[in-house]
Design a protein around this ligand. Sequence first.
Ligand code: NAX
Ligand code: ADP
Ligand code: K
Length: 474
Amino acid sequence: MRGVHGVDEIRTAENELMARLPEGALMARAATGLAVECARLLGPVYGARVVLLVGAGNNGGDALYAGAWLARRGVRATALLLAPDKAHPGGLAAFRAAGGRTADPTPAALAGADLVLDGIVGIGGTGGLRDEAVPLAQAARDALTVAVDVPSGVDADTGAVEGETVHADVTVTFGALKPGLVVGTGAERAGELRLVDIGLAATLPAASTHVFEAADVAALLPTPGAADNKYTRGVLGVAAGSSAYPGAGVLCTGSAINGGAGMIRYVGTAADAIRAQYPEVVVQEGAAPDDLHVQAWVAGPGMGTDDAAHDLLAAVLATGEPAVVDADGITLVGSSPGLVRDRDAPTVLTPHDGEFARIADGPSGDRLASVRAAARDLDAVVLLKGNATVIAAPDGRAWVNRTGTPWLGTAGSGDVLSGLIGSLLAAGLEAPLAAAVGAYVHGVAGQLAAQGGPPSSLDVLHAVRPALREIGRG
Ligand SMILES: NC(=O)C1=CN([C@@H]2O[C@H](COP(=O)(O)OP(=O)(O)OC[C@H]3O[C@@H](n4cnc5c(N)ncnc54)[C@H](O)[C@@H]3O)[C@@H](O)[C@H]2O)[C@@H](O)CC1
Ligand SMILES: Nc1ncnc2c1ncn2[C@@H]1O[C@H](COP(=O)(O)OP(=O)(O)O)[C@@H](O)[C@H]1O
Ligand SMILES: [K+]
C-alpha cells in the first residue's frame, strides 16, 4: 500500500528531514534517483541528447544536478533556463562543471532531443504553466519526456489542470506520491510513475489516502476455509435489472457470481433473464427484502426510476445489511438522500461524474475533496468512477485506484463493478475496503479483457475470475 501525501505534509516532512542531514543531501538523493531513471530510459547514455527545462526553483535544481550526473557519463546535455537569474546556483555550477551547456529557451532547442527533463516547476507551482513555458511544453510532446517530481502545470495537491501542462511519459517523484499524480487530469499527464526513496518515510505522518497494490488486495480477498459453507461465504441480495434493462441485472448478477458470493438471491424484475442465464441464482421475485437472509445487497443497475423501483430500493435500504447502490439507484437517492443518510448499516455509492452531480456538489477539479465531502455528507462510502477511481469513507479515509484501462468506458462495465463490490461486501469486507478492492479487481479484469481487442462489458465480466486468480497469485 502506498501513501499519498499533500504538498504541506511533504514540505513539513522535508524540512524536518533536512534539519537532520548535511546541506544539499536531500536534493542529491533526489537528483541521483532521477538521473539513474533517465539513464535507464535512455539505454546507451554516451552521446545521447538530453534537454533540460529549468525553472526558478528547486525543481530546476534537481534537473540541473541530474543533468550534471548524465553529462559526466557522456550525455550531451543542454539546459534551457526559463529564469536565468533565478536558476539554482549550485545546480547550475555543477551542470556547467560537468560539461553541460545552456541555450536560449526556444522550442527549436528541443529538436532531436532523445529525452526532455521537465524541471520547470514542482510542488511549488501555482496556477497553470506560465505563458513563456507553454511553447516549450508543447515542443516536448515530440520527445520522451520525464517530469521531475510533478509534470509542470499540474496542481500537485489535486490533479487539477488549468490550461497547458507538460505531458510526461514518466514522472520521477520524490519521497511520496502526491494526489496530483494519481487523480484526475494530473494522473493522465504524469504518465508512468517512479518513486525515488529520499528517506522521507522517517518524517512523514500516516497517510489518509492510499493506493492499493496487488499484495494488499490479495491479502483482503476472501478465500473459503474448511469450515465454510455457502451461507458463511456470504449471501448477496440483488435488486438490479428490469424488463426494459434486463442486461444490467444479468451483468451485475454474473459479476457477483464470479466475484465469489456463496449464494445470490435475486429480487429484481428481470427474473426470466436471470433464470435463463444463471441456474445457480435463487430467484425470489416479489419477495420482501427484509424477509430474506442475506449478508449484503446490491441495488440499482437497470432497475429503472419509477415508483416501483423507488419502493424496491427503499425496501432494500431499510434492511440492516450493507448495500451497494449504483446507476438508477443513485438517481433515486439523488431525489431521496434520506434513504442513505438515515441508514445504520454501511452504504457504498458508485457514481460516475454525471451521477455524482445528482447526489452531491461537483465533482470539482479536486476530485478527492469532492468525494470526501460527499461521503461525509451522505454518511456513505462514495466511489467516483473515472480514469483514476477515487473512494472515500465517511471518516475521511480515501483510496485511489490505479488499475484499469480507458477500454473500461463501455456500456455495462459499471454493472460489473457494482456486482463485484456486492460479493465482497457479502463476504464480510468492511464497506470502503470492499469498494477499493472491487475497483482494483475490476481494473485488472478490464486490462485482461482488453488484451483480446476492444472488450465489451461481458468480456470484462468473464475476466473477473482470471483477474482474481492473477491477483491471488501475486
Ligand atoms: N526541499 C528539498 O530539499 C527538496 C526539494 N525537492 C525539489 O524541490 C521542488 C520544490 O521546489 P521549490 O519549493 O523551489 O518550488 P518549485 O521549484 O516547484 O517552484 C518554485 C518556483 O517556480 C515558480 N513558479 C511557480 N508557479 C509557476 C508556474 N505555474 N509556472 C512557472 N513557474 C512557476 C515560482 O516563482 C518559484 O520561483 C520539489 O518539487 C522537488 O523537485 C527535491 O529536490 C527533494 C528535496
Ligand atoms: N478513461 C477511463 N479510464 C479508465 N477507466 C474508465 C475510463 N472511463 C470509464 N472507466 C471505467 O469504466 C467503468 C464505467 O462505469 P459506468 O460509467 O458506470 O458504466 P455503465 O453505466 O455503462 O455500466 C467504471 O469502472 C470507470 O471507472
Ligand atoms: K516538473
